[in-house]
Design a protein around this ligand. Structure first.
Ligand code: ATP
Ligand code: MG
Length: 887
């Protein structure tokens, strides 16, 4: 049975039993800031289980992509050695939202596993929570399993809870004996060794746990189950490891071929490396397909770490060049048909992965130098190991993994304080947890105070109306001492949050920022500063009462600031035009990676592997402005999701869309799913101009642009700048560029001449013996020279060294309260003299430090008056070094 048939048979089985097939949610959970990644099938249904939202059906079935690399479920370190743990895996699940319960869940599970999948009852076992007699009895009755194969287990594995409070309940798992022919072993031994393999977990949501720990039965108990597709496929395909299924074999084969190594039994170091690569390829590709961008924080950081982990394992296989991106198409072959986002993002994924690989390989190369320097410094200070904070800095600043630092240190025979590193790392984690935690608490607090089931949703009228009369303030909250609390009224001068039953204010979403404006009522007035909403459709208005008191129940007039809203609309429609124009100029591989629509400006991030050429940017601008000039009416309609996508609407992967979607169309040009605010006619945009284009992550570019008044103001400012430049050059604007170039040439020629003169000055006096002497039979030039740029000083030292043939040159220059020093030692003397130490001795005398190679070194100081003494110190050091240790 191929894995795609396993997946389909699961979905079909439950569809036949009245379950609605819901597509996999993105890996980035929607509207849940507390969770980094979707890590189970139930994540997208949380609000149904909590009773915050009404499910579209009472039964559902999904094949959900899951990622377990952080938080409560973190299997990252297991990947490779374990034949059954992945970072990214598919969880097959059936769900009952207050419909059927334990008996049916067990019946369905047993029937599917034994009848549809044809597993013999002899190889199966079940677990139940030790106190769940009901489940044990059901298993006995339904499956006929003998009592010794119905195991009672503790809360650790068999009691599930959504959080500290809320829905929870016992679970029951289905296990397969992978070696039924062998004598049975004790349960714990068999599960630890992987012989008894857990394939499916059934969660019975039975209780509601209160903060004090008391559990009350839920009025409508629910079911949430999860079976790992990879494990089931391994069992049904009769292989001992997930990596030997058709989900992984082609990837491993490709990795083996590229590296010219063989994949063996799965145990050897090369095998583990190939498994890690195959696993991480999946995680990386799915994350990129869901819009996560490699970065140094949050989700992007996790993505980057996984990718780099794969590259490191590739290095163990002997890869010295980027290779991971070459495996991306292989994954597309395996999973693209069920996860179309993989196919849609393939080109962009290849580009991004390749760029990240290159960057990481370069990081390792330069990082190696940084580590060596750090070791040198630590050695100089008498240490025998790199201290924790120093290791952390290398890790944090240069992105060097600990393993790489450790390897280099080992080569240098130097230690690494790993415990100190772990402490520094943990401290940083604490700091970042605190920062995100605060924000979450704030939103969470407000939501808890003001949200709640049922009456929460606010009617949004702002697509058509900017002013709404007769809106009622249904709930108010203020933040006191950083705590959100519900209040009956907000007094003048007080900031707070209000929920209204209806509102014209757009709440931040889809990249468009929240509206600003006013609330007015008899005797009072408030400024609306920002608006957010939650998944239940409650709109939170951040406002500042300027006059009077805003009481709960007050009927108010709400008005969105018209000119800023219109500016926002211009920028939003322009963003859509820009998106299409980019695809026209750069190709269909361009994908939106993020956007910000603000009244003052717009920002658009997209996947593309290189900077845009000036003429490409110009063409993009021209295409957008042409649409503006054509003054085309926009068409905004609601329709079925499938219908919209069939018409070619651009949907963003990683966004959650309902059955009914809103599409925004510029006829014949652009069609996108979008809930934002738009101009009625593209002519309203007036003018569009790009102000910057740059890379923000590997494979991701950012364009910033302006429209309307902002664009005109920008052009005026540019004009003034150009005029000012021309004025300073003293020529008309048309001649300014030529004049600047000519001036630049003259300046460069002058500098060259000056350098030449300085050289002659130094060389001429050098032969006459100025500063030249003999120390212990070695020729030494130690002297002051005119102030010159650092590279010129180096050249001077070099020239003098050559002139000496065999000898030492120490030069110093001073000016601006600073001293520059260089020391050069001719090759024949390198064994006896060390330029780095010479320059160090000199630097000490001028209050500075420095060092470098044995043949050449540079330093700086801060005490110009002491330069002559510094040069003497260097000469003394020559004598000292020549005398040898103890001399
Ligand atoms: P295990 O104890 O084997 O790590 P778990 O108890 O963490 O499993 P659940 O959280 O109950 O697993 O998830 C339900 C099912 O998802 C499991 O029965 C298993 O089939 C699958 N599963 C869980 N974690 C992974 C993983 N890291 N890789 C592949 N499949 C997994
Ligand atoms: Mg686990």
């Amino acid at each position: 049975m191929q894995s795609k048939d396993v997946r389909q048979s699961f979905i079909d089985f439950f569809r036949e039993r009245g379950h609605l097939h819901v597509p996999s949610a993105p890996l980035v959970p929607h509207g849940d800031p507390t969770l980094l990644f979707t890590n189970a099938g139930m994540v997208q249904f949380k609000d149904y289980f909590l009773g915050r939202e009404t499910p579209p059906a009472k039964r559902a079935v999904t094949a959900q992509k899951c990622l377990r690399v952080s938080g409560k479920h973190n299997d990252l370190e297991n990947v490779g050695p374990s034949p059954r743990h992945h970072t990214l895996f598919e969880m097959l699940g059936n769900f009952s939202f207050g419909d059927y319960f334990k008996a049916e869940a067990i019946e369905f599970g047993w029937e599917l596993v034994t009848r549809r999948w044809g597993l013999s009852p002899d190889v199966l076992a079940a677990t139940v929570f030790e106190q769940d007699d009901e489940a044990a009895e059901l298993w006995r009755k339904i499956s006929g399993l003998p009592p010794e194969r119905i195991h009672r287990c503790g809360a650790k594995d068999n009691f599930w809870a959504m959080g500290d409070t809320g829905p929870c309940g016992p679970c029951s798992e289905i296990y397969v004996d992978l070696h039924p022919g062998r004598p049975a072993v004790p349960w714990d031994e068999g599960t630890d060794s992987g012989r008894y393999l857990e394939i499916w977990n059934l969660v019975f949501m039975q209780f509601d746990r209160a903060a004090d720990g008391t559990m009350t039965p839920l009025p409508n108990p629910s079911i949430d189950t999860g079976a790992g597709l990879e494990r089931v496929a391994a069992v049904l395909q009769g292989v001992g490891s997930n990596y030997d299924t058709d989900l992984f074999r082609p990837i491993i084969a490709a990795a083996a071929e590229l590296s010219q190594r063989a994949y063996g039994s799965g145990e050897g170091a090369d095998d583990v490396a190939m498994r890690v690569i195959a696993d991480h390829l999946r995680a990386v590709s799915f994350l990129l397909a869901d819009g996560v961008i490699p970065s140094n924080e949050g989700r992007g950081y996790v993505l980057r770490r996984i990718l780099r982990r794969a590259v490191r394992h590739g290095m163990h296989l002997g890869f010295e060049e980027p290779f991971l991106h070459r495996l991306v198409p292989v994954l597309g072959e395996i999973m693209g048909s069920f996860y179309p986002e993989l196919d849609a993002s393939r080109e962009a994924t290849v580009t991004t992965v390749r760029a990240e690989e290159e960057k990481f390989l370069a990081t390792i190369a330069t990082g190696a130098r940084q580590v060596q320097e750090a070791i040198e410094a630590a050695r100089g200070a008498g240490a025998r190991a790199l201290a924790g904070p120093a290791v952390f800095q290398l890790y944090d600043t240069f992105g060097l993994p600990l393993e790489v630092i450790r390897e280099i240190a080992e080569e240098e025979r130097f230690g690494v304080d790993e415990a100190g590193f772990a402490t520094a790392l943990e401290e940083q984690r604490q700091r970042s947890r605190l920062a995100t935690g605060e924000q979450q608490k704030r939103m969470g607090g407000l939501r808890q105070v003001l949200g709640g089931a049922g009456d929460g949703a606010s009617a949004f009228l702002g697509y058509d109306e900017l002013r709404v009369e007769g809106a009622t303030a249904t709930r108010l909250a203020a933040e006191r001492d950083g705590q959100a609390i519900a209040v009956p009224a907000l007094a003048a001068g007080e900031p707070g949050v209000a929920v209204f039953d209806r509102t014209p204010f757009y709440a931040e979403s889809g990249g468009q920022v929240g509206d600003q404006g006013q609330a007015r009522w008899p005797g009072g007035r408030a400024r609306v500063l920002d608006v957010h909403k939650d998944t239940s459709g409650t709109y939170y208005h951040w406002l500042h009462v300027e006059e009077g008191r805003l009481e709960r129940g007050q009927v108010v007039e709400l008005e969105v600031g018209e000119s800023t809203r219109r500016d926002t609309e211009r920028n939003h429609t322009a963003t859509h035009l820009l998106h299409t124009a980019l695809r026209q100029v750069l190709g269909e591989g361009v994908r939106q990676a993020g956007s910000l629509v603000h009244p003052d400006r717009l920002r658009f991030d997209f996947t593309f592997g290189r900077p845009l050429a000036a003429d490409e940017l110009r063409r993009v601008e021209d295409i957008v402005n042409e649409r503006v000039r054509l003054a085309m009416p926009t068409r905004i309609v609601e329709q079925g999701y499938q219908e919209a996508v069939a018409r070619g609407a651009m949907a963003l992967f990683g966004e959650k869309y309902g059955d009914r979607v809103r599409t925004v169309e510029v006829p014949g040009f652009s069609l996108e799913l979008c809930g934002g605010c738009h101009v009625r006619n593209t002519g309203e945009i007036g003018l569009f101009t790009i102000t910057s284009e740059r890379g923000i992550a590997s494979g991701v570019r950012r364009i910033e642009a302006l429209t309307g008044r902002g664009a005109v103001d920008h052009l005026h400012a540019q004009e003034s700048l150009a005029a000012a430049a021309a004025g300073a050059l003293g020529v008309p604007l048309e001649r300014a560029a030529d004049e600047a170039r000519a001036l630049h040439e003259r300046l460069k020629a002058g500098e060259r001449e000056l350098a030449q003169l300085r050289r002659q000055l130094v060389a001429g006096s050098g032969t006459a013996g100025a500063g030249e002497r003999e120390v212990g039979g070695v020729k030494v030039v130690a002297r002051e020279v005119p102030l010159a740029p650092a590279d010129e000083l180096r050249n001077l030292a070099d020239m003098l060294r050559q002139k000496l043939g065999s000898g030492v040159v120490v030069l110093g220059a001073r000016g601006d309260g600073k001293v520059s020093l260089v020391a050069a030692v001719s090759a024949d003397l390198v064994g006896r003299l060390h330029a780095g130490n010479l320059v160090k001795a000199a630097a000490n005398a001028v209050g500075g430090k420095g060092g470098g190679r044995p043949d050449f070194a540079q330093a700086g100081g801060r005490d110009p008056d002491k330069l002559p003494a510094a040069l003497e110190a260097a000469v003394d050091e020559v004598a000292h070094q020549l005398a040898g240790p103890g001399g």
